[in-house]
Design a protein around this ligand. Structure first.
Ligand SMILES: Nc1ncnc2c1ncn2[C@@H]1O[C@H](COP(=O)(O)OP(=O)(O)OP(=O)(O)O)[C@@H](O)[C@H]1O
Length: 256
């Protein structure tokens, strides 16, 4: 059984099949409070599927999963209010304005405020935090791709989540937006102790943000550790070297 009292996320022997195809095989990992875990891996490795199972959006085929002490398949609204989600793409609410939407969505979290965690974020503070002050009155359909992604992040954190899932959060960001986003993630972890699970294809981003990385390939964890430890173990000059070595050798193994 899981001993998840101290873990924000505890996953043991997770398996997932789509029809006859097994896309997650015996995935086991934990995330500690305040930790940033980056899940890396090639296209189709199973990263989004893993996140969707942890978010409670997708039912797993087998294995034990606890998120904030609850099986996400049975998470209620109070549990959901403690979890923030930034999906790969939201394309909705096009006629809403930025401040209006954040104030509206934030309202859903108000009943779940606690003495320690005032919910939701004040809409204007949040807009400033994600760098959208100039766009507060704009309709969503008029935002650029990068501005829209900043809004996606604001939507994900409007309820001041204890655990935040970020699925490829900086896709489409220009270098300045990326830099600012990294500063935002650091604020969330340093000041608010938010625990974060992010997926990314940007290995530089993973090196900068993650306390620990986990590399998935073909639905299995092929490596995990701090970016520095992985780089040293694999004797590369960077996390990118280590990643390429590990993934190429794993893909050769899968071909056999
Ligand atoms: N709803 C679905 N039905 C059937 N197969 C699916 C479904 N969703 C994903 N898959 C398959 O499961 C595997 C894992 O997909 P997943 O989206 O989890 O990968 P990923 O690591 O997030 O990839 P990417 O980096 O491209 O986003 C892929 O082979 C994909 O084709």
């Amino acid at each position: 059984m899981l001993k998840a009292e101290e873990d924000v996320v505890a996953v043991q022997g997770l398996r997932m099949r789509y029809g006859a195809t097994e896309v997650l095989r015996d995935v086991t990992f934990r995330i500690q409070p305040g930790e940033v875990l980056a899940v890396l891996g090639p296209n189709g490795a199973g990263k989004t599927t893993t996140i969707e199972i942890l978010e409670g959006f997708r039912m797993r085929s087998a294995g034990a999963v606890e998120v904030l002490g609850v099986d996400p398949a049975y998470g209620d609204e109070a549990w959901r209010a403690r979890v923030g989600v930034v999906l790969q793409s939201w394309r909705d609410h096009s006629k809403w304005r930025v401040r209006e939407l954040l104030a509206h969505l934030g309202g859903y979290y108000a009943p779940y405020a606690t003495a320690a965690i005032p919910r939701p974020w004040d809409a204007d503070e949040l807009i400033e935090l994600v760098g959208l002050t100039g766009q507060a009155e704009q309709k969503l359909k008029t935002l650029s791709g990068g501005q829209r992604r900043r809004l996606d992040v604001a939507i994900g954190i409007v309820g001041r989540p204890e655990l935040l899932f970020l699925d490829e959060p900086t896709t489409g960001f220009d270098p300045v937006a990326r830099h600012e986003f990294h500063a935002l993630v650091r604020r969330l972890t340093d000041e608010l102790r938010t625990t974060i699970l992010l997926t990314t294809h940007d290995l530089d981003e993973a090196s900068k943000l993650a306390d620990r990385v986990l590399i998935l390939s073909g639905g299995r964890i092929i490596a995990s550790g701090t970016p520095a430890a992985l780089t040293t173990q694999i004797a590369g000059a960077s996390l990118e070297d280590a990643y390429l070595t590990l993934v190429r050798s794993s893909e050769k193994g899968q071909d056999r």
